[in-house]
Design a protein around this ligand. Structure first.
Ligand SMILES: [Zn+2]
Ligand SMILES: [Zn+2]
Length: 641
């Protein structure tokens, strides 16, 4: 049997795991991740699915453990690219998935089967999977016992041992122990909190603290948490009722999750508990509780907009108490503290941080993880769902309990685990990596585009417009534009440099790009010429100015016989240092276009040159749009016409 994690290792997110035996391929979870700071304009990160696309005729089904984005967020995207005949999962996750699939227009692409606890589903000829209820921060979370031809694999999914879950649905520990008793070949276990000693407290532990804060509030209470932490949401709704407050929900995912959870009976509360946000102003402050998204400082979420004073219906009052019932995911810390600062500046009382006891993790710590190892007594062990150091810590815990180091594998995404009844080994890896999607969730942002965006963000862009005749002569001084470039060289010198670079290319490389095609007609590879100038200028700027802006060169072709522009090669670029100057046009204002006397001479090009130049322009404009996104469209006329 082969097990291939395509995501979820060396990161938190996009959990996607493949089980293979014979001709059967079974998927376990298919999640997404969120972008790092450097991924400009990227909205979601998906695992590279080359392997699944190549093997799609062998995919027998997908097993979903629970409804978190890092486990189901990739599914609607995948369904557009390969076939998954059937998806199994618990009611809440399937109901959330259905909503996503409708949004993406793929609801008819597969069959959805809702499972019940201890239900066994058969996937292909070789896998049967038993759903074992576990406890986590969302209702309806499951571990899996996967019976395969080589033995039983326990796949924990996300879990902690919570003995007082708010929904009263207990971890089916007996069933896990049952498999441990029979013999477990391999355990794949959640490593998120492997670095944290002790047990994770029960979700219920935050209840009295939240109660205290809500009961003592004199004005409105505003609470933010993850919409998908359904246990927390349920407790907050219970506390609102207990304290005589009506609830206003803000944020799309919050409204969604509450609606789904009520629909399937997981959240029981009267309809009149909820007040539409437009009418929230009519309620007395002491009877209002607002529950909203934005606990991670996401710029477009409800609380972030409120903190900037940009929300249509809710403005912060000095009597408001705002509770952050979540801890920032690493990477979001800065945006979270910024949001807290803004809210405090508006005069609200903000309750946040570990010492308040208003948040607990949904993942087990070291002792929970050890308990799982003790219950399953696996022969082999693979820590998953975590960054490298977490996997290493989890491996140490297993070794401390007697699992031999040789029986533990630390994997990378795309690694292949080969399991037999008495061995575990790594096979040859398969293609794995990331696919970055933009806001539309359609457009794939490839590495080249990402690199260009980073370059734009860090070093700006230089555009060069050059008029060159089909004789290989510059017929007007080049026009140079800097945007977001910080340099000690002024615009005049920059244009002299550029002129020289173009002159050099025309003198030394022209033959490479121009081809005589009968008589006096010349065919010119303008794109190639542009690239040559771009590369030369980039090299020069890197070497002499230590900056690496993106360079875009655009050639406006002129017909043969156009009088050549004499150039200013007699001029020496100023060598004396000029004070370092920040180009403010990076913010979209100002213009550091090189100073006079630069004007492109508008010669009327010969008919053939017209068509060529059109081609050149449109290709270039396209690639610019790709690079700069929407902003280029506005500049198009300025640059290319
Ligand atoms: Zn989870
Ligand atoms: Zn997870």
């Amino acid at each position: 049997m082969r097990v291939i994690p395509l995501g979820g290792l060396h990161e938190i997110g996009k959990n996607t795991c493949v089980f293979e035996y014979g001709d059967d391929l079974m998927l376990v979870d298919a999640g997404l991740a969120f972008p790092d700071d450097g991924m400009h304009g990227v909205n979601v990160v998906m695992p590279d699915t080359t392997y699944l696309r190549d093997n799609q005729n062998r995919i027998r089904g997908l097993i979903v453990t629970h409804g978190h984005e890092d486990h189901i967020g990739g599914i609607s995207h995948h369904l557009k690219h390969f076939n998954i005949p059937v998806i199994y999962g618990p009611p809440l996750a399937m109901s959330m998935l259905q909503g996503k699939m409708e949004d993406a227009g793929v609801n008819n692409c597969t069959t959805i089967q809702t499972i019940t606890p201890r239900e066994v589903v058969k996937v292909g000829q070789h896998f049967s999977v038993e759903y074992i209820r576990n406890t986590h921060s969302i209702s309806d979370s499951f571990s899996l016992a996967i019976t395969t031809p080589v033995g039983v694999v326990i796949f924990t999914g996300d879990f902690k041992f919570d003995h007082t879950p708010p929904d009263g649905e207990h971890f089916d520990i007996q069933r896990v122990a049952h498999y441990g008793e029979k013999g477990v070949l391999c355990l794949f276990s959640d490593s998120t909190n492997a670095e944290v000693p002790g047990f994770t407290p029960s979700e219920r532990a935050v209840f009295p603290n939240l109660d205290r804060h809500i009961a003592s509030a004199a004005g409105r209470v505003i609470v933010t948490t993850f919409a998908s932490s359904t246990h927390r949401v349920a407790m907050l709704i219970e506390l609102a009722m207990k304290n005589g407050r009506k609830v206003g929900l803000l944020g799309r995912s919050m409204l969604n999750v509450v609606a789904k959870a009520r629909e399937i009976g997981y959240l029981r509360c009267p309809d009149d508990l909820f007040v539409p946000i437009k009418q929230i102003r009519d309620l007395p402050d002491r009877e209002t509780l607002l529950l909203m998204t934005g606990s991670q400082g996401e710029p477009m979420a409800a609380l972030s907009r409120i903190s900037r004073g940009e929300h249509q219906h809710v403005q912060v009052k000095t009597t408001d108490k705002i509770i952050f019932s979540a801890s920032p995911i690493p990477g979001n810390t800065i945006s979270v503290v910024n949001t807290i600062d803004s809210l405090m500046k508006l005069g609200a009382q903000v309750v946040y941080g570990k010492s308040e006891g208003i948040h607990v993790s949904g993942h087990g710590c070291q002792e929970d993880q050890k308990l799982m190892l003790a219950l399953t007594k696996p022969k082999f062990f693979v820590p998953v769902h975590g960054e490298h150091r977490m996997l290493m810590c989890h491996s140490k815990s297993a070794q401390s309990m007697g699992v031999p180091a040789d029986n533990i594998l630390i994997l990378e995404n795309g690694d292949v685990v080969q399991l037999t009844p008495d061995s575990i080994s790594k096979g040859e890896s398969v293609t794995a990596g990331i696919e970055l999607l933009d806001a539309s969730r359609e457009g794939i942002v490839d590495n080249r585009v990402l690199k260009e965006r980073q370059q734009l963000a860090e070093d700006g862009v230089v555009t060069v417009l050059a008029a060159i005749s089909t004789d290989g002569l510059m017929v007007a001084p080049p026009r140079v534009n800097l945007r977001g470039v910080v340099t000690s060289v002024d615009a005049k010198n920059m244009s002299i440099w550029t002129e020289r670079e173009i002159g050099w290319v025309l003198e030394n490389r022209w033959k490479q790009f121009a081809r005589q095609i009968g008589g006096s007609s010349v065919e010119v590879d303008w794109m190639g010429l542009q690239r040559e100038v771009e590369v030369g200028l980039a090299r020069r700027m890197r070497r002499e100015l230590q900056v690496e802006p993106l360079i875009l060169c655009l050639v406006q072709p002129a017909p043969g016989g156009t009088p050549a522009y004499k150039g200013r090669s007699d001029l020496e670029p100023d060598s004396k240092p000029i004070t370092r100057r920040v180009d403010v046009s990076a913010q979209g204002r100002g213009n550091s276009e090189s100073s006079s006397p630069i004007k492109v001479s508008r010669t009327s090009p010969a008919p053939e040159a017209v068509s060529k130049s059109t081609v050149v322009k449109s290709e270039k404009v396209e690639s610019q749009q790709e690079v700069l996104g929407g902003r280029t469209r506005r500049r198009r006329s300025a640059v290319a016409s």
